[in-house]
Ligand binder design. Sequence first.
Ligand code: SF4
Length: 55
Amino acid sequence: MDNAQKGGDLDSVGGVGACKVTACAYNSSLECSAENIQVGNHAGQAECDTFQERM
Ligand code: SF4
């Protein structure tokens, strides 16, 4: 079997994707626009440490 083909979209760049925290300045139409984010563990829950409140 010839398996030289690679899957995935070569033009797509990895990103954070969907986020429902609309109060965050990085949130644009329920998508995160930050280049990368830090996620921390707060009381057993994953929480975004990059969150920045909208002005
Ligand atoms: S920075 Fe964090 S909280 Fe803000 S939109 Fe991105 S993932 Fe959501």
